[in-house]
Design a protein around this ligand. Structure first.
Ligand code: CTP
Ligand code: MG
Length: 229
C-alpha cells in the first residue's frame, strides 16, 4: 500500500513562545521537523513527502532537509496564512489523482509506523480516515448559564495523520474555499460534504507540540524510547 504524505510546517508556533517557528526546536539530537520527516522517510509505504513551509523559512528548511539526507523524495512548497490554506497548497502540488494522501502536522513527531499502516489500510478501503483517541476528560458544554455534560463514551480527540483519497480531499478543500468555510481539521471538510470518515484508534503518545510544557513530555517520550519507528 502506498501514500503521499503532506507534512505541515508553515505555522509560526506562537503558543510555543520559542522566538521562532517551533519546527526548528532541537529535541534531543535533531530539530522537531526532522523527527517528523524521519517517520515518513523510514516508512516503505510512503511514496513521497510534500513539505509545506512558509516563504521566509524556505531556504533554511531546504538546507536542513539536505543536511539530514532523508531517504525519500521531498518536495518543498510554500504554505499560506491559515493551516487550511497550507494544506490546499500542498494538495495542489500533487499530480497524482489516484493516490492516497496523508495530511500530518509537522509538530507531531511521535506517530508510529504501526498506526500509519492501520490508517492506510482503512483509508484505502473507505476513502477517508483519521487517527483519534478516546477523550479522557469530562467535557462540559456551556450555553449562557446552562451547563451540560457530554457523553464521553462517544467523544474522540482528533489527531493527524488524516488520510484521504486525493479526489475526495481535493473536492472537500475546494468546496470549503468556495463557501469560505474554515474547519479545525481536514476531516471536518469531508464531513461537511456528507461523506463518512472512519476513526482509527491511535495513541496518546501522538501529541502535537503546542506549548512549552509539551516539550518536557516530548523529551521524556524520546528518552523512554517508546518511539517505535
Ligand atoms: N501550519 C501550517 N500553516 C499555517 C498554520 C499552521 O502549515 N498557516 C502547521 C504548523 O506548522 C503545525 C500544524 O500546522 O505543524 C499544526 O498547527 P499548530 O500546532 O497550530 O502550529 P502553529 O500554527 O505553528 O502554532 P500556533 O498556532 O501556536 O502559532
Ligand atoms: Mg496554529
Amino acid at each position: 500500500m502506498e501514500y503521499i504524505a503532506i507534512v505541515l510546517a508553515a505555522g509560526q508556533g506562537k503558543r510555543m513562545n520559542a522566538g521562532e517557528n517551533k519546527q526548528f526546536i532541537t529535541l534531543v539530537d535533531q530539530p522537531l521537523i526532522i523527527h517528523t520527516l524521519q517517520v515518513f522517510a523510514k516508512d516503505a509505504w510512503c511514496k513521497s513527502i510534500v513539505l509545506v513551509v512558509n516563504s521566509r523559512e524556505k531556504q533554511r528548511i531546504e538546507q536542513l532537509v539536505d543536511g539530514f539526507s532523508l531517504q525519500k523524495d521531498i518536495c518543498i512548497v510554500e504554505g499560506g496564512a491559515e493551516r487550511q490554506e497550507s494544506v490546499f497548497k500542498g494538495l495542489r502540488s500533487i499530480n497524482d489523482p489516484e493516490s492516497l494522501v496523508f495530511i500530518h502536522d509537522g509538530a507531531r513527531p511521535f506517530v508510529t509506523r504501526d498506526h500509519l499502516h492501520k490508517l492506510a489500510e482503512v483509508a484505502s478501503q473507505k476513502q477517508a480516515a483519521l487517527l483519534a483517541v478516546p477523550v479522557t476528560d469530562t467535557i462540559k458544554e456551556r450555553n449562557g448559564e446552562k451547563l451540560t455534560t457530554l457523553d464521553r463514551s462517544v467523544l474522540w480527540a482528533a489527531q493527524t495523520p488524516q488520510a484521504f483519497q486525493f479526489d475526495l480531499i481535493y473536492k472537500a478543500h475546494k468546496s470549503a474555499l468556495d463557501e469560505a468555510f474554515i474547519g479545525t481539521d481536514d476531516a471536518s471538510l469531508v464531513e461537511k460534504l456528507g461523506y463518512p470518515v472512519q476513526i482509527v484508534e491511535g495513541s496518546y503518545q501522538n501529541i502535537k507540540l503546542t506549548t512549552p510544557e509539551d516539550l518536557e513530555r516530548a523529551h521524556s517520550i524520546l528518552k523512554s524510547g517508546i518511539k517505535e519507528i
